[in-house]
Design a protein around this ligand. Structure first.
Ligand code: GDP
Length: 369
């Protein structure tokens, strides 16, 4: 393989030696046009990902190069998994370079949404996580919303700086980059896009119409998100693809909600009140008595409480329980990274617990909507 030859899908350096490592391409496929690695080929043609991964260290090494440059950074986050997809240490890596926060997948929020409230929320949350943002743009890569504004903003602020696009896996970075290519670049070849995390493996330069470049970076893998833990087919289930339909449950203390077999919410103590779940509509919410919940799970996980299937469940880490005391008059979400959140509407306070696979990020945050 010619030295330095790269996959025109994901940008990784090609190699013909090791099928399990990134960039593998069989010798005979080198004649194919475009030249893409086996992984991209499979994703494109069979919508199936093979199991190559990039090291976290490698990602941080790439990211810290940005701090040494005069750059403009576009950080893409997923509104559905905001706290799980925001790169916590980004400010440290990019130094004094300005960051535009592109909040993607806004098509998932309910049709009736107070966007000013969401904007303030995003601003506040980002600040609390140590990120200074030059500006915030809402977009939907899927519905092609927000890009004109994002591009305008980039033009306004870039000067002669390089523009880096960074994000966790699965936030829609490839989809967004593909849109940029379609609308603002002359490239015929689109990048690889798939719903499997970690698709984009290396830095890719994308030439724009005006002669400048946008640089796509690999997606950072956070193992604290459901999306990194579940099987590819279950990923298609937990990831909402339609506007979230809030599911309201009026509960008494001592009741439990199961989210299929993915997780569980216990109302332990407090007055009768309503809890609103924002999860993918493909997850069935099953309500039961708290005292019966353990038994029910032991007997019916993978069947009545599914997906995931029994086999898929066995591959997930065992659940851990996180208990929270919610003070009265607080308007909060109990957030489970990648699965969604439960809004607590009570004015009276309560004690609740969630059960999620070990390692999944769980937190209580001011409510998004
Ligand atoms: P990457 O890993 O960040 O490059 O993410 P991809 O571009 O591969 O997208 C991951 C998944 O999110 C895919 O299933 C996309 O269809 C989906 N996705 C991307 N952008 C949007 C969006 O704006 N709205 C919704 N609902 N889904 C999106």
């Amino acid at each position: 393989i010619p030295d330095g030859m790269r996959c025109s899908g994901c940008g990784i350096q090609l190699q013909a030696e090791d099928t399990s490592k990134p960039g593998y391409i069989p010798q005979q496929a080198l004649d194919r046009e475009p030249v893409i690695c086996q992984r991209c080929f499979r994703i494109k043609n069979y919508n199936e990902s093979s199991s190559v991964t990039v090291e976290q260290d490698e990602f941080l090494r790439l990211l810290s190069q940005i701090g040494d440059k005069d750059a403009l950074v576009i950080h893409i986050v997923d509104i559905f998994d905001f706290d799980g997809s925001l790169i916590g240490g980004l400010q440290r890596f990019v130094g004094s370079n300005p960051v535009i926060l592109a909040v993607n997948k806004i098509d998932l929020l309910p049709k009736v949404t107070n966007w000013n409230k969401v904007r303030n929320w995003v601003q506040k949350q980002a600040k609390e996580m140590g990120l200074k943002t030059l500006d915030i743009v809402f977009c939907s890569a899927k519905q092609n919303q927000g890009f004109d504004r994002l591009l305008d903003m980039v033009q306004e602020h870039r000067g002669d700086r390089d523009v880096y696009v960074v994000g966790a896996t699965n936030v829609g970075k490839s989809t967004l980059i593909n849109r940029l290519i379609r609308d603002y670049s002359d490239l015929e070849q689109e990048l690889t896009t798939s719903r499997y995390p970690g698709t984009t493996l290396d830095m890719v330069n994308i030439p724009l119409d005006d002669g400048q470049y946008i640089i796509d970076t690999p997606g950072i893998v956070y193992p604290s998100r459901y999306s990194e833990l579940v099987s590819p087919s279950d990923l298609g289930i937990i990831m909402a693809d339609k506007p979230l339909k809030p599911a309201v449950n009026q509960l008494n203390a001592g009741q439990t909600l199961f989210f299929g077999g993915f997780g569980r919410f216990d109302f332990i103590q407090g007055e009768h009140q309503s809890f609103t779940s924002y999860v993918s509509s493909r997850i069935k919410i099953h309500r039961t008595k708290l005292e019966r919940a353990d038994e029910l799970f032991a007997q019916h996980a993978g069947e009545m409480l599914s997906p995931p299937s029994r086999e898929a469940l066995e591959k997930l880490p065992a659940w851990t329980r996180h208990e929270f005391r919610i003070t009265k008059n607080s308007n909060v979400d109990v957030f489970m990274s990648g699965l969604g959140w439960i809004k607590i509407n009570g004015d009276t306070g309560c004690v609740i617990a969630v059960h999620v696979p070990k390692g999944v990020k769980v937190l209580v945050r001011p409510s998004l909507i």
